[in-house]
Design a protein around this ligand. Sequence first.
Ligand SMILES: *Cc1c(COP(=O)(O)O)cnc(C)c1O
Length: 428
Amino acid sequence: METPNIFRDFGISDEVASYSQRILAGLTDRFAEIDRVAEINQAKVLLAMRKNRVDAACLAGTTGYGHDDKGRDTLERVYADVFHTETALVRPHVTCGTHALAIALSANLLPGDELLSPVGKPYDTLEEVIGIRPAPCSLMENGITYRQVDLLPDGGFDYEGIRAAINDRTKLVTIQRSKGYQMRPTLSVKRIGELIAFLKGVKPGLTVMVDNCYGEFTETLEPSDVGADMTVGSLIKNPGGGLAPIGGYIAGTAKCVERCHYRLTAPGIGQDVGASVSVLRDLYQGFFLAPTVTAAAMKGAVFAAKLYESLGFRVVPDSVESRHDIIQSVELGSPEAMCAFAEGIQAAAPVDAYVTPIPSPLPGYADDVIMAAGAFVQGASIELSADGPIRPPYAIYFQGGLTFPHAKLGIMMSLQKLTERGLVKLDR
Ligand SMILES: *Cc1c(COP(=O)(O)O)cnc(C)c1O
């Protein structure tokens, strides 16, 4: 077999290579199921593009005020059709996922309203958006209060706690699909649907927002298919397909999303301005590629789970359970192991492969964060990347890979670095 020589050129030992190949051999059925989901999602995207008559003029872009930007408006209808919502906001002016979430929250909460998270602590960057960690312009500074109900120890919803937390001021509920930097399970769309039905049963007028970051196209349904009023995410993750250089989206009801347009630009102006300049081709092509790119990332995550699980590490999710996002966490147990893992991922990157990641502070995060990301789009975590806050249990969060062969090489390199430092022993 000639492939091992390629791995040798990469600095991967024969032991690591053959161990990895044995792990992969057991994943055929898993990969076939991932391909099945990708095929359905690819068809969804293509149908939406065909229905909305995407053409060359849509890819061109505008400048200045961007009045009558056909490509921008059509892209928003394409997203709305894929998410099965009345409307959508999808723009390069939304700088990232955090920004999209901040817009959705601040546009739909007024002073005196209460925000509820029934699924525990939200993603790190949202702590300052909400004001859990005080910050200028946070929701709390604007007179909005926040309440949180944690998941039960087994990961289930605390229905009685949630019922008790809902009061006459509760206006908006935020549900985070992905685990974020936590070891809790990611929520399936089905479970999100059950929670939304319960919430609206307790208080029918509630607005439900789902933080869909990293979840898009991992299943054949999205939170908007099960009752979410707003489904929100980042184009620097799954739906950008690795090509979107910037952006975020909010898909949902006209009532909620129109307010988001006013919050993003200005009251009275809303969605009518916002030149798309020259990014539309990448937003369209990225969305077209997103289902298969997400599938590649899912395969990488499953491979990493099975590999590190077999070596005795705690992995979430494990190698057999169903998946609802592209994140794979591996509890490595020490800062040294986190660094070695990140160095392996970095060494397999197409860009910046020569640099060594080191833990450092990151805006929006409370702890130092280590980040391996040699990406074409800076910081893009749909591209092969690994990161995590340096705090117990020293879990690295691994995600992305625009192609599976790249994800595979990166994971093998991570194991190579761990074995070189004596942090892992291969006894087979
Ligand atoms: C990444 C992420 C965000 C924030 O998105 P950015 O584009 O990094 O700002 C919010 N929530 C979750 C669950 C995420 O994974």
